[in-house]
Write a protein that binds this ligand. Sequence first.
Ligand code: ADP
Length: 471
Amino acid sequence: MFRSLARKLTLAFLLVAITVALLVAAAIRLTGPGYFDRLIVEQEREDFRATLASYYQDHGSWDGVQQYLEQQRDGPPPQATPQPETTSGSGDGNIPPDIRRERHQLFGLVDAQGVVVIPLLPEFAVGTSVPPDVLAQGESIEVDGQVVGTILTASRPPGLNPAELAYLQRTSFALVLASVGAVLVALVVGVLLARTLTSPLHALTEAIHRMAGGELEQEVVVKSADEIGELAAAFNQMSQEVARANNARRQMTADVAHELRTPLTVIAGYIESMRDGALAPTPERLSVIYAEIEHLQNLVGDLRTLTQADAGELKLNKQSVSSGELLQQAFAAFEHQAAQKGVNLEMEVMEGLPPIEVDEGRLAQVLGNLLSNALRYTPGGGQIELGAALDGDRVTLTVRDTGPGIADDDLPFIFGRFYRSDKSRSDENGESGLGLAIAKAIVEAHGGRIEAHSEGKGRGSMFVIHFQPAQ
Ligand code: ADP
C-alpha cells in the first residue's frame, strides 16, 4: 500500500510519537511519585507544626502533648487543614485511621533543650538527646518569637489514601490516553505527508521512464513551490531542453544530408558522363567539378567550426588587435568585388578606440561572412558601410547595407543553422545557410555578442558586433 519513502516517513513519525510518550512516562515515573510524596509530607508537617504550636501556646510546655496527639489521631477526625483539590482530591477527613497513624509517625518532636518529646522511631526514642546536626535539619516551632521545639521528619514515604491513589491512577490513565492520541495523530499526519511528498515524485519517476523510452517532451504538474516543486519545474525545463536539442540535432542531420546531396549529384553526374565518354573532360567542366568540391570542403570546414564551438573547443589565438585595422583588412578584401557590382563600400572608424582581444583570423572570417552577405543582397548602386565605434564601454563593429533588409518574421531565426529566409535560393552562389551561425558561434566564443537589425523588408540591414575592450 505504501511506497517505500511513505512507509519510512510514517514510521519516523510513529517512532517520534512513541519515543516522546515513553520519555514523558519515564519522566513522570521518575519525578512524579517522589514529588507527590514530598508534597504530602510537607502538608502533613505544616498541620503538625500548627497543632503543636497551638498546643504549646495553650499549655506553656510540651507536657501531655503525646497523649493529646494520640487522642486527636484516634478520636473523631479533626477539622482538617484544607488541602488543594489537585493534590489529594479530598480533605483529611477521608484518610483511613491506619494511614493517619502512619503519617503521624512520620514526625517527631524535640523540645528546646534537644530532648525527644515525641519519638521518631527507630532512631529517636522519648528522652534521648538529638545531636545538633540532626536538629539543624528539622523545622523549628516558634511561639511568641521563641523557639520552643523542633520537628524531625522521617525519610520514608507517607502512605497514600484512596483519593490520592486514585489521583495518581487518573494521571497515568490520562498519560496513556495522550500517548495513544499522539501515536494516532502521528500516523495520520505521517500518511498524509508521505502521500503529499511521494505523489509528485511518483509522477516524476513515470515521466523519467517515458523519457527513457524515447518520449522526450514531458511535463509534470508543478503543485508546490518547495524543493519538490523546484525539482518538478527543473525536470520540465530539462525535458523541454532535451527535446529541443534532439529536434535541432535531427534537423541538422537532415540539413547536412540535403546540403551534401546537391554538389555530390553534380560531381557524380559529370564524372559518370565523362567515364561513359558522353562528355569530354574539358578544363571548364573540371572547374565546375572543382568548384563543387570546394563548396563541399567549405561546408565540412563550417560544420567542423560549429561543432567545435558547440563543444567549447574552438581554438582561439587571441591577440590585442585594433578594430580599425580589422575593418581595413575586410574593406580591402571586398573592395574589388563591391566595385565590380557597382556597390559603394564605405568605412568609418572612430578615433582613439581601445584595442580588442580577438583571434584575428576568426574575426576576419566573421566580417567576411557579413560582408559577403551584404554584397550578395545589396543591388548595384547600393551602399555598404563598415563602422567601428564605442558604445558605452564596449567596442562595436557594424556592417550596414542598403539591400532588401530582413523581414521581422525572419529576424529571430537568421542566426540559426541552415536558415535561409528565401528557401528557393538554396545553394545559389554557394550559400550554405551557415554564414551567420558561424559568425555568432565565433563572436560568442570570444565573449562578445552579435545582433541583426532591420527596419523591415526593403530598408536595409545592419549587423552589430559588441566586444569588451582588451584589459
Ligand atoms: P546564407 O549562406 O544563406 O547567406 P547566412 O547564415 O549567412 O546564410 O544568412 C541566413 C539568412 O539571413 C540568409 O538566407 C538571408 O535570408 C538573411 N540575410 C543575411 N544577411 C543578410 C543581409 N545583409 N540582407 C538581407 N538578408 C540577409
